[in-house]
Write a protein that binds this ligand. Sequence first.
Ligand SMILES: Nc1ncnc2c1ncn2[C@@H]1O[C@H](COP(=O)(O)OP(=O)(O)OP(=O)(O)O)[C@@H](O)[C@H]1O
Ligand SMILES: [Mg+2]
Length: 309
Amino acid sequence: MLDLFKRIVDRSPYGVIVVEKHQGKILYTNPILHEWGISERELLKFLLQENPSEVELKNRFFKITKFEEDGNIIFLIEEITPLKTYQRAKKDFVANVSHELKTPISVISSIAETLYLEEKYPFKKRFLERILKRTKEMEALVEDLLILAALESKEGKVIWEDINLKKLAEEVVQNLKEFTDEKNVTIKVEIPDNFRCRCDGHKISILLKNLVENAIKYNREGGQVWIKAYRSGKYTVLEVSDTGIGIPKKHLPFIFERFYRVDKSRSREIRGTGLGLSIVKHIALIHGGKVEVESQPGNGSTFRILIPQ
Ligand SMILES: Nc1ncnc2c1ncn2[C@@H]1O[C@H](COP(=O)(O)OP(=O)(O)OP(=O)(O)O)[C@@H](O)[C@H]1O
Ligand SMILES: [Mg+2]
């Protein structure tokens, strides 16, 4: 039986390395590693030192699973080069298309705005208003796609600074004032003066803008929004809560996925593309933080961002 298993593993498309834990002696490697042209010693030195879950070697990508069995460390190595190549091509495509669309859309949008402002005939003005509104939506979509592309590239690195969160929150609220007035929503910033947080100020303001935008957009007429910040253990918590329509429990696991919107019928009235919360999650994760959400349909939602300090 053992011999049978050895022959199976010898033919496995996964790389397998078994190392004796105490002396670090290699007990077994299967032939596929040689087909990949990888020296197991070189790979092992790296695996034991760094403990990575993914490795790039000689332009190939590998996913590593590590576990211990009977005093041995076992590494399972799966080649994921085709998946990585596909993901990279998809990312590049989205980034390039968004970049190419940005200029023409902003030209159309500013011309539509001028025509709209100067138009005297009501029915033409209505058409221009629709063109303008839809172009603004396209502009916002392209902007969100570019933010996501930047977050996934080298620009996505966190630039750590000492940030005054109250000031940052007040700026975000100020920039959304027009939207807040339109919905007749009141925003309360409940953050102590001079409350500091170690984070990337620019990215946290994009994150907060998206959360507050949602808290306004999915609120009721005359509703409220609270922005709070406080410490909890090793985290600084940034919290946005609202008195809005809430999110049914079954949707909660998906709302941070790209393009996910809760239900199509309410989405028709409240426009958006479903990218906001994926930007929020991405920014929280690159800070080494996490996102929590609680919601009661009909009563409101609370989003918490935990940033380790
Ligand atoms: N505060 C909230 N209250 C109720 N529902 C919310 C709230 N925030 C998000 N949602 C739900 O989660 C979905 C995803 O939110 P997300 O911000 O990612 O997208 P969006 O607001 O639809 O579009 P955009 O890309 O313009 O932000 C929303 O469509 C909405 O249904
Ligand atoms: Mg949103």
